[in-house]
Design a protein around this ligand. Structure first.
Ligand SMILES: *[C@@H]1O[C@H](CO)[C@@H](O)[C@H](O)[C@H]1NC(C)=O
Length: 128
């Protein structure tokens, strides 16, 4: 076989493998709480503090992640801590267009599960 062709194929394969291992995902949080409540979200990923976001009613915010994304969330006097992206758990189950879509409601956090094509309750607010 032509050496140049073999080398080109090798290079192409290496580049595509390297590309897929560095895949970025998007974690989106949509505020669907009652009473126009604001949702406060404070996330950390891979030892970095990503700051605090206030997501107003019927708005969303997205983080681009490739590692675990852990967030403190609160509204009114309700508080919780959730892993909203975990590459082992989520890379295939919620990666619709590489996006983990969360809808935050009064009873808890719903995730769009690609295989079931619907939102499913994953985490309840503590105490609920
Ligand atoms: C939500 O936040 C916005 C902007 O930070 C603020 O103007 C609004 O009053 C807040 N709404 C409630 C219900 O606390």
């Amino acid at each position: 076989m032509n050496t140049l062709l073999t080398f080109s194929l090798f290079l192409l394969l290496t580049l595509s493998l390297a590309g897929s291992s560095m895949a970025d995902y998007k974690a989106t949080v949509f505020n669907n709480l009652p009473g126009n409540a604001n949702l406060t979200v404070h996330c950390q990923s891979a030892g970095s503090d990503l700051g605090t976001q206030t997501i107003t009613y019927l708005h969303d915010f997205s983080w681009t992640v490739s590692n675990l994304l852990n967030c403190d969330m609160s509204w009114g006097n309700v508080k919780g801590n959730f892993d909203i992206f975990d590459p082992k758990r989520d890379a295939s189950r919620c990666a619709y267009g590489n996006t983990c879509f969360w809808r935050v409601k009064e009873d808890g956090l719903y995730l769009f599960i690609q295989e079931h094509k619907r939102l499913e309750l994953q985490f309840k607010w503590p105490g609920n």
